[in-house]
Design a protein around this ligand. Structure first.
Ligand code: T3D
Length: 264
């Protein structure tokens, strides 16, 4: 039997998904996309999962689209339908990450290139090993940033830095990515997984429904004026205020005890 292309491991409420095509730096084939979709859907549907960590096997995180994949073979007209690959695989992936009911942390263990970089940056928090790097490799092969890159990069970095990275396709070190505010943290290689898992466990013990709604509110507010954002905040607070976790959080505070959050 062939090895899974996405490894799944649970440690209490934290599920780790490991992209598993190390010989090709975990670049995406159609099959790996399909396995990742199933794994993310399963994590979303499993009430015992309260945080997800995504990482890569071997020395890379993900080198983006596998440029040798069968989807890269030209059709009868002699052309590759890259748009179809985006619609079928990268759009659902980017939206799935943004709609997960629990926090998603990218533990970037090595190079993250092309869609692999933007996949990591689309997660709620990205922690990178010091030896890792981020490359907007698209410009080198005549494409535009995808997997949400055109939306994410200017928002994370501002236009000048986003466009500079996208146009040059230059390698950005994990250190510089952290300094620029592109990622949450850069840590020594040896402690990457411990750091990511500790963060995941911390978030898993928090009111994860409110954390996922916070991401939703941030994403929605990017398209709203301030008045509209305030209206949305009121709507979301009304809903969360009627939920178990808010009552539990307030009760735990008043009773000076640790809260037990369970909403999802
Ligand atoms: O349909 C569509 O195209 C739409 C989707 C587009 C989304 C995208 O992601 S477009 C961007 C695609 N990705 C790239 O262009 C990156 C290509 N890779 C590289 O530039 C380099 O590999 C890296 C800078 C990422 C790493 O360089 P290095 O020197 O550390 O490693 P390497 O020796 O280049 O790669 C190691 C192996 O992985 C090598 O295989 P080999 O020779 O040992 O058998 C290499 O061919 C393979 N590999 C790396 N990236 C890919 C890949 N194989 C297939 N596709 C890749 N993207």
């Amino acid at each position: 039997m062939s090895e899974p292309l996405v490894l799944v491991a649970d440690a209490g409420p934290v599920r780790t998904l490991t992209l598993n095509r190390p010989a090709a730096l975990n670049s995406f084939t159609g099959e790996m996309h399909a396995e990742l979709r199933v794994a993310l859907d399963a994590a979303a549907a499993d009430a015992s999962v309260r945080a997800v960590v995504i990482t890569g096997a071997g020395r890379g995180f993900c080198a983006g689209q596998d440029l040798n994949d069968s989807s890269m073979v030209p059709g009868p007209d002699g052309k590759v339908d890259v748009g179809a690959v985006i619609e079928a695989n990268y759009r659902p992936l980017a939206l799935r990450i943004r709609s997960m009911p629990v926090p998603v942390i990218a533990a970037v263990n090595g190079v993250a290139a092309g869609a692999g970089a933007n996949f990591a940056l689309g997660c709620d928090m990205a922690i990178a090993a010091r030896s890792a790097s981020f490359i907007q490799a698209f410009s080198k092969i005549g494409l535009v940033p995808d997997c949400g890159g055109t939306w994410l990069l200017p928002r994370l970095l501002g236009r000048a830095r986003a466009l500079g990275l996208a146009l040059t396709g230059d390698k950005l070190s994990a250190d510089t990515a952290a300094e620029m505010g592109l990622i949450w943290q850069c840590v020594e290689d040896a402690v990457l997984m411990d750091t990511a898992l500790a963060l995941a466990h911390k978030l898993a013990a928090m009111p994860v429904k409110a954390l996922a709604v916070t991401r939703q509110a941030f994403d929605a507010a990017a398209q709203l004026d301030m008045g509209q954002a305030l209206t949305l905040e009121a709507e979301l607070q009304r809903t969360l205020g009627h939920a178990h976790d808010f009552a539990e959080g307030v009760a735990a505070f008043q009773q000076k005890r640790a809260p037990q959050f369970s909403d999802r």
